[in-house]
Design a protein around this ligand. Structure first.
Ligand code: FAD
Length: 379
């Protein structure tokens, strides 16, 4: 059996992306304001053709893109991923007119997108969302609140999931494309541990019509879930990119830092920790690639594989970054150090797009379904 590996074209592309991230995107990220949308960075991602690629990339390609950018510039990775998340409902379910209006601007980095699903009382349990869409003579009026929305309140448009049928759970939700300048839409920024642009939105009778619906009324929850399913393995890829950056820094540091008459690497507890970091990172990477390849192949066990990949990779990255901090000592905690930055960045992915516990629930549900119906289980 051949050893699993990327082909030479994929390997070369990843190397090229890592160089771009470190040399062209990192300086732009450093000029940005923490917690704000960095428009010059988004425009550069557009100029490099990477946003355009988001629309056509398969799941594996998306993972390679996210992992490679994260290695050298987490801000660029996040800016790219958020354009993908906010635009995916439009790509999936938008009309010609909606796509024609927004996709060229998103691809060029001129328009910033956001995906607005979460609310103060509906996070993991997204089907409990309560933002109301009340019918009127021209369409609907949206009223309520969204919270923890990346790119809010600075985005140019939002894909908003609203309740069109009360008491129907996931079956009563409609996806709307809401331009930021609609009357009644307002927002405020939220300051997070990581330098992540994020905010809250308030909807005060915001008018929307049938032309703003993405897909069909009452079928919007599927649009949200399809988006999250496509992105789930790639959240793992983001985590793997951060873990690899932390591991690389640790190899360099422990080879040169001297203590007790030699480099730190000569201490067995140090080198064994590095070995563990590398082994876990590689295991996470392979699980991410396999889940993404399964998605691209249309395999039946994608939900289980994607959940395993997201779970293992985000938890692994936390372990690896924390270990890297430990092995660097005090310097890792100084404001501005790569590891101080990664330590703040690595925490959120264990919570968003399905918290670790939610991934375990998905995995267990799939395992027991396979147990009950072995005839439907993929070989
Ligand atoms: C940096 C960041 C960016 C985000 N960007 C967006 C965005 O762009 N758009 C958007 O819509 N949302 C976004 N979110 C929100 C994110 O999707 C929610 O935070 C997430 O769904 C969890 O919801 P919650 O925070 O309300 O936690 P809760 O749902 O209250 O859960 C809290 C904790 O309870 C436990 N828990 C919850 N459910 C279960 C379960 N079924 N079984 C076991 N344990 C469970 C978990 O430990 C979980 O972390 C973002 C969040 C962060 C941190």
């Amino acid at each position: 059996m051949p050893v699993f590996s990327l082909d030479p074209v994929q390997t070369a592309w990843c190397a090229e992306l890592r160089t771009l991230a470190a040399q062209r995107l990192r300086p732009l990220a450093e000029k940005g304001e923490s917690g704000r949308v960095n428009r010059p960075l988004v425009e550069e991602l557009g100029r490099l053709g990477l946003l355009d690629r988001l629309f056509t990339a398969g799941a594996l390609e998306l993972c390679l893109l996210r992992e490679s950018l994260a290695h050298g510039c987490t801000e660029a990775e996040t800016a790219l991923a958020l354009q993908g998340l906010g635009t995916s409902p439009l790509v999936q379910a938008g009309t010609e007119a909606q796509r024609g209006r927004w996709l060229p601007d998103v691809a060029a980095g001129r328009a910033v997108a956001a995906f607005a699903l979460s609310e103060p009382d509906a996070g993991s349990d997204a089907a409990a969302l309560a933002l109301k869409a009340v019918p009127d003579d021209r369409g609907w009026r949206l009223s309520g609140e969204k919270r923890w929305i990346s790119n809010a309140p600075e985005a140019d448009f939002y894909t908003v999931f609203a309740r069109t049928t009360g008491g129907a759970g996931a079956r009563g939700v409609t996806a709307f494309l809401v331009p930021a300048d609609r009357p009644g839409l307002a927002g405020s920024a939220l300051e997070m541990l990581s330098p992540h642009p994020i905010g809250a939105l308030t909807f005060d009778d915001v008018p929307v019509t049938a032309d703003d619906v993405l897909g069909e009324p009452d079928r919007g929850f599927r649009v949200a879930m399809n988006t999250l399913n496509r992105f789930r393995p790639s959240v793992g890829a983001f985590a793997v990119g951060m873990a690899q950056a932390a591991l690389d820094a640790t190899l360099t540091h422990t080879s040169s830092r001297r203590a007790f008459g030699g480099p730190l690497a000569d201490l067995q507890s140090v080198s064994h920790r590095v070995a563990e970091m590398a082994t876990r990172t590689e295991a996470a990477r392979l699980l991410v690639y396999t889940a993404a390849s399964a998605y691209d192949a249309g395999a039946a066990d994608v939900p289980k594989r994607s959940a395993m990949a997201k779970l293992l990779a985000t938890e692994t990255a936390q372990y690896v970054v924390d270990s890297a901090v430990q092995l660097h000592g005090a310097r890792a905690l100084q404001r501005g150090h790569l590891l101080e930055h990664l330590y703040r960045e690595v925490r959120a992915p264990r919570i968003y797009e399905g918290a670790t516990e939610v991934q375990r629930t998905i995995i267990a549900k799939e395992l027991y379904a396979e147990e009950r119906h072995p005839e439907e289980t993929p070989a």
